[in-house]
Design a protein around this ligand. Structure first.
Ligand code: ASP
Ligand code: MG
Length: 481
């Protein structure tokens, strides 16, 4: 009989040190009793950042700094290995493999230092090292528990386009390669431990799928192999109704739809890489988010349709590191193409626009960009509109960094009247001033902008209004007074 196939991905904190990796090995071993299991692993937490720093330092010619980083990384991995694998011969094998990867990395950094340039291709090669270090360690730790395992480089499986730093898979080829390489292992009950985050072009040039891309690796492999489920093991209990640091009553959502999860991923709830669900959309494979550190919790199941919770609103998310830019004044009614020129300008400076709002009076266009893009954007806009400002057609181009966006997310808001009304009444009761509002026509996200100082109050009020903590409004009020 065919066992169900589960792809299990473990993030950086889940493989953060020896004791975490040992925990992962236990989870895998147990799962492998009743399932065919493919493991996908991230680099140990922090490692990818350090590798990118080594690349940048090398580019700046600071060779010694890069060497120090490699020295630290060697220490970190060797220490974990010493704890994880007792058998001397096995440990030497894994250590030799790690050493080869370190040597590759040092060579790449030396080359970079000589050229004083880090190409996108070299940056991918350097930042991929963390996964190429963690996968053999996890495979080794799993064998140590008695479960057969083999570390597999995803460059052998995931065939991508050549968009370095954000590659996408070519699924037909990926399917063929994954079948050919992984299916025989699975048939023999071996757990393949695959490097997350990376792939290779048709010509075998290494690529990465973008920061946090191991989630995407897992769903790509899940889709390629026709898995029954993909499980993303991380360090939180699933997808929560809100950030628990801001809303203490937040709780885990048992089931949400692909669309809702994607909406949340874009809006700052950093549970999933934004492209993760794309890979499984067609096959409709369920994706679980579970906590490595609390495996007794069921976590969140993400399915094509989700499950309705009645009210339509599923979760809230807030983004803080953003700024509101306004281009305006009554005069802009007469300036043709202000909208077009505004957003051509944001495109020109590669500013990521998160929200746009314009009232029909056309007196103001306001939009939100990441804080890091804000200064650059305003400068470019002042340039673009210099003439119009001089003639007082455009009266102001202003920036307000002290704001936050709150997004109210839920697929069933579509056609549920009153969600916006209830949201804004709840904010009114708390005296929270709303600076701007946007709702896409998909109606699965209503976003509003408030002063940063009001964000927490706004979140709490909205969370309460829609009963997201699972208790009724009155019970919540009683409990908090
Ligand atoms: N290690 C990579 C990163 O830090 C990929 C991942 O963790 O998913 O971005
Ligand atoms: Mg990660």
């Amino acid at each position: 009989m065919n066992k169900p196939l589960r792809v299990m991905k473990f993030g950086g904190t889940s493989v953060g040190d020896a004791s975490c990796i040992a925990r992962v090995a236990q989870i895998l071993k147990e799962a492998a009793r009743e399932n065919s299991v493919v493991a996908v692993v991230s680099a140990m937490s922090g490692v990818t950042n350090r590798l990118i720093e080594a690349a940048k330092r090398s580019e700046a010619g600071e060779r010694e700094h890069a060497e120090t980083i490699f020295k630290d990384l060697r220490k970190q991995h060797e220490a974990a290995l010493a704890v994880l694998i007792q058998d001397g011969e096995k440990r030497r094998q894994v250590a030799a493999r790690l050493e080869k990867t370190f040597a590759d990395g040092e060579r790449l950094c030396q080359g970079t230092a000589l050229l004083r340039e880090v190409t996108p291709r070299a940056l991918d090669a350097i930042s991929s090292l963390g996964e190429r270090l963690s996968a053999p360690m996890v495979a080794g730790a799993l064998s140590e528990t008695g479960a057969p395992a083999e570390s597999v480089d995803a460059t052998e499986l995931i065939v991508t386009d050549s968009n370095h730093g954000g590659a996408d898979p070519l699924m037909d080829r990926t399917r063929d390669r994954s079948e050919a390489r992984l299916r025989p292992l699975l048939r023999e009950g071996v757990v393949p431990v695959v490097t997350g985050f990376i792939g290779a072009t048709r010509d075998g040039v290494l690529t990465t799928l973008g920061r946090g891309g191991s989630d995407y690796s897992a769903t790509i492999l899940g889709a390629a192999l026709g898995a029954d489920e993909v499980i993303i093991w991380t360090d939180v209990d699933g997808v929560l109704t809100a950030d628990p640091r801001l809303v203490p009553e937040a709780r885990t959502i048992p089931e949400i739809s692909y669309r809702e999860a994607t909406e949340l991923a874009y809006f700052g709830a950093k549970v999933l890489h934004p492209k993760t669900l794309r890979a499984v959309e067609q096959a409709g494979i369920p994706v679980w988010i579970r906590n490595t550190f609390a495996p007794e919790h069921k976590g969140t199941k993400i399915t094509p349709k989700g499950r309705s919770n009645g009210g339509g609103v599923k979760a809230l998310t807030a983004i803080r590191d953003v700024a509101l830019i306004t281009v305006g004044g009554p005069g802009i009614v007469g300036v043709p193409d202000v909208v077009g020129r505004t957003f051509s300008t944001t495109a020109l400076v590669h500013a990521n626009v998160l929200l746009i709002s314009q009232s029909s009076s056309q007196n103001d266009i306001c939009f939100i960009v990441a804080a890091a893009d804000a200064k650059r954007t305003v400068k470019a806009l002042r340039n673009e509109f210099a003439q119009d400002v001089a003639h007082e057609k455009v009266e102001h181009i202003t920036i307000d960094p002290n704001i936050a966006i709150v997004a109210v997310v839920g697929e069933n808001m579509q056609g549920t009247p009153g969600v916006a009304g209830r949201t804004f009444s709840a904010l009114g009761r708390e005296n929270v001033n709303i600076i701007a509002i946007a709702q896409g026509s998909s109606e699965s996200n209503i976003s509003y902008v408030v002063a940063e100082k009001d964000m927490k109050t706004a979140l709490a009020a909205t969370h309460r209004e829609f009963g997201l903590s699972g208790r009724s409004y009155l019970e919540t009020v009683a409990a908090s007074s």
